[in-house]
Design a protein around this ligand. Structure first.
Ligand SMILES: N[C@@H](CCC[C@H](N)C(=O)O)C(=O)O
Length: 287
């Protein structure tokens, strides 16, 4: 049986997207492992299924490259927004998408490119909801940390890191470092991801502050490894920067794959993420 897919990327964080209004995927975890392989598969950071929803306009199911399911994907949800508009699943210029981390709300900005006689989506702003800080909800197991794990010292591979833990529906651990470009992420990332203080493992972000409105970040993603960008991780980074008094409430974060703008509306307690979404190519594989 042939399965149609679209490979898309948000700042180089690339996933294989399947339109489940037309296609049937029976074993998504196995398919995620297969398509993600960069030598024997399509090559991606994971698999995202676009589905009908009973409570929102659309539903997104997300799987990492190792086949594990995540609650949420920030770069992925922008691509889902672009897909549902550009491929004609909706005429709406703002949509709601159900995820395992709740319903998210997207607004589209259009570029100059056209598909089927109308402009295509270039940028997507996502209302990501409120950051979750209670340690038991991140989850992070540090009984003496208090109400929030903020600037908390832990030892990893003989070095002290001061961590701030935030869930954006999925778990993140943010540490500030002096030189992110030369940070040994391949070595340290897995030690954070699998640290026993994180009962559901963790996505680990390492952040170098540049100014009160600008930071650089590299990420080690749970279930995938280093990626060129992580949307939820960038939101968590902004929250950690703001909570620790390092930046203003709107911050631009430079990732390996490009920049995202994150704003924390403190009055409404809502995080807004704005960034691009792109199609790489359409294809089909035998399943
Ligand atoms: N790249 C994503 C996050 C994907 C899921 C993550 N690896 C997890 O397991 O939580 C993003 O853009 O947010």
């Amino acid at each position: 049986m042939r399965l149609h897919f679209t490979k898309m990327e948000g700042l180089g964080n690339d996933y294989v997207y399947v339109n489940c209004f037309k296609e049937k995927v029976e074993h998504p975890s196995e398919l995620a492992v297969r398509v993600s392989d960069r030598h024997f598969g399509i090559g991606s950071d994971g698999l995202i299924l676009i589905k009908p929803s009973e409570v929102a306009d659309f539903k997104m199911d997300m799987y990492n490259a190792d086949g594990t399911q995540s609650e949420m994907c920030g770069n992925g949800i922008r691509c889902v927004g672009k897909y549902v508009y550009d491929y004609g699943l909706t005429d709406k210029t703002s949509v709601s998408i159900e995820t395992l981390a709740g319903i998210k709300y997207l607004e589209f900005t259009f570029g100059d490119e056209e598909k089927n006689g109308r402009k295509t989506v270039e940028l997507v702003r996502v209302n990501m909801g409120a950051p979750i800080l209670a340690p038991e909800d991140v989850p992070v197991d540090l009984p003496d940390a208090g109400d929030i794990v903020q600037d908390y010292p832990i030892m990893v591979a003989g070095k002290e890191y001061r961590i701030t833990c935030v869930s954006m529906g999925n778990p993140h651990c943010v540490s500030f470092v002096d030189d992110v470009d030369n940070f040994p992420l391949e070595e340290v990332g897995p030690l954070f991801e699998n640290n026993p203080i994180f009962p559901r493992r963790v996505n680990a972000e390492f952040v170098e502050l540049v100014s009160p409105t600008y930071a650089k970040m590299r990420v080690w993603e749970r279930g995938t490894g280093e990626t060129l960008a992580c949307g939820t991780g960038t939101c968590a980074t902004a929250v950690a920067c703001i909570l620790n008094g390092k930046t203003e409430d709107e911050v631009t974060v430079k990732l390996l794959g490009g920049e995202l703008i994150i704003r924390w509306d403190r009055d409404a307690n809502i995080i807004y993420m704005t960034g691009p979404a792109k199609v790489v190519f359409d294809g089909e594989i035998e399943v």
